[in-house]
Design a protein. Structure first.
Length: 147
């Protein structure tokens, strides 16, 4: 379906050695994980993302932050992050939301905290996030089709 154009980076804690988005993805249900993987695979191949897929985060103190947006199992999902260069997007935290209620409730503050931790190399660095290749990943949790 085409080559991936985008590079995705994620926050890696040097204290816990966890990657923010990979760790969050592991906690998604199989259906949500599959939807996320398809979403990431598709947007990686788009030259530009239209509004509705990636929107600026509104509100005081959120200038420069963006949210990737998709829905899975009737739940709105978001990844908060920022553009780091041409065709490079840094993903800081994944969350869900309904109305004005976010899960985790501290998602906006965590987004800002993680970006600050990137300035302190003892606490965090950027690590590549490689979207799952669609069509063959046991991690997706999609059972094989019966013959």
């Amino acid at each position: 379906m085409g080559m991936r154009l985008w590079t995705f980076l994620q926050f890696r804690s040097l204290l816990s050695e966890k990657d923010s988005i990979s760790d969050w993805r592991k906690r998604l249900s199989p259906a949500r994980k599959a939807t996320f993987d398809i979403f990431m695979d598709r947007i990686a191949k788009m030259r530009a993302w239209p509004l509705g897929i990636c929107d600026p985060i509104k509100g005081k103190g959120n200038a420069g932050y963006w949210e990737l947006r998709w829905t899975a199992e009737k739940v709105e999902h978001r990844i908060f992050g920022y553009y780091s260069g041409p065709l490079v997007f840094v993903m800081l935290i994944g969350c869900t939301h309904k109305g004005k209620v976010y899960d985790p409730p501290s998602a906006f503050q965590t987004m800002k905290d993680l970006r600050r931790k990137l300035d302190d190399t003892k606490k965090g660095v950027l690590a590549v996030y490689e979207p799952v290749r669609i069509g063959g990943d046991k991690e997706q949790g999609i059972p094989p089709r019966p013959n």
